[in-house]
Write a protein that binds this ligand. Sequence first.
Ligand code: DGT
Ligand code: CA
Ligand code: CA
Ligand code: ZN
Length: 569
Amino acid sequence: MKNSEVAAILSNIADILELQNVQWKPQAYRKAAQVIETLSEDIEDIWKRGGLEKIPGVGEHIAAKIEEYLKTGKLAYYHKLQKEVKINLEELKGIPALGPKKIKLLYQKLGVKNLQDLEKAIKQQKVQKLSGFGEKTEQALAEGIRFIKTKPKRFLYAAALPIVNTFLKTFRTYPFIQQIEVAGSFRRAKETVGDLDFLAVSPQPEKVMDQFTTMKDVKEILAKGTTKSSVRLSNGLQIDLRVVNDKQFGSAMNYFIGSKEHNIELRKLALSKGCTLSEYGLFTLKEKKWIAGKTENDIYQKLGLQYIEPELRENQGEIAAAQKKNLPHLITVKDLHGVFHNHSTWSDGNNSLLEMAQKAEELDIKFISFNDHFGPIGITNPLTEKRLVGYLKEIESVRKKVGIRVFSGVEIDILKDGTLPLSAKRLKELDVVIASVHLAIKMPAAEMTKRVCSAMENYPINILGHPTDRILNERPPLNLNLDSVFDTAKRNSIFLEINGSPSRMDLSGENVRNARAAGCQFAVSADAHDLSHLPFYHLGVNMARRGWLEKKDVLNCRDLKKIEKVLKK
Ligand code: DGT
Ligand code: CA
Ligand code: CA
Ligand code: ZN
């Protein structure tokens, strides 16, 4: 899928045009980039059916540029602009705390064109002297540079998902492949993956290797052998594939699903029972007699364990729990009756309330909750006390047109001082109040914790939105004492959000597990800003499963009547 590639180019064009002080055009390119980035449909499919101009924000001109790129792999206009400014935007934009506005100033005032230039300018303390920067910003930028230098870029699970699906679908059509599955961190449903790992069973491994290394999207063959190979795709993602025999498939899956830490513990357990476990199978230690290896189930069973779902295999006590037959009965997507936290054109969403509700109805869920932005979040059109009246009226009319329950609500900013910009009395008139931190995110832990907890103590909040406010690959989590946050949420019967937006996935599985241990309950959300985002709650379920959650831990799984009752504060 080329969606993120196309989005990145359009967004870079917007930035370059801005550097050149061009009016209007940058916003158009940026809007198109944002929409394309989050489309769930493959942009090549959209183009092939002639639908480019139907994408919101994509007009005739931008559509032609996208078409040129999809057809030729190049975009002449983009190359021309790049030549004019000679700036490495991708590199600069990768630095946390550095947005388009600051890049522009650095470029225009100091001639900063890449990371190296920026490092030099920081060293010479030139950056802090620019208007609007100061010492603090300079420090933040230096920190940002360290952050990206030490953290390798990982692919979002959601970006890998269509690649995995296409890969499996294609390879399963080949007659010489008996079985093929994805393993690795992707199988464990981690929010980001370093690379993808596949395992296949085939009587003709060389043929599999040939197919694999000659795929259309391969940019580089990193290694090619008779049973294992690695390639890099044009988007930078690495894929490993190996072929094993049928009798080893389960043990090989077990090994390559990982995690490494889980594997190590499992091997120790095998040894304690007089066996050895490897990717080749489970054997007796002395006679090297084969015990199991065809399926993962066999292996866990022979080791005296319940089957352990891949999402739990992080060596966080799952092996001990499986020994006691005490593993959680993990929730599944089907257990959820609806989805919280959705935006519409009343704030920064792309679709109307009615369109969103109708789409939710198609997805076969029983409720949708609207939570448009309220407060000074920094978007152009947030809800205000005055606009709230019209918003609620329209929700009321949508209710009459769809067959699912429609909850009214807002996503309201937790202000710097821990207050909310709407009174408790007015908030109580809404079905679902989500409160989130969006602004002033750089605060010391004590202050930030006080801010979030005091909002939870003093207002009728139902859900704490994206509690850590992290953005994967871009922004670290807020400085927060999570133990205090979890405790305050529990005491005030506030649900913690599991936000399924691909670059948020907030709370993470690990945080969910800790919060659950602290007695918290959860609400799974899509944070949808477009029709195509509604299924993001499926990704939220990944975090819920990695956090050991069962149906009873998640608000979305209760009967509608019960949900309505607990939301009343
Ligand atoms: P990633 O790719 O960084 O998102 O994470 P994984 O877990 O997919 O790691 P990867 O691709 O390096 O290796 C796939 C699996 O292979 C890993 O989860 C466990 C297994 N594995 C790799 N190296 C080792 C090792 O040194 N010891 C053991 N026991 N297992 C390993
Ligand atoms: Ca991997
Ligand atoms: Ca790998
Ligand atoms: Zn938000």
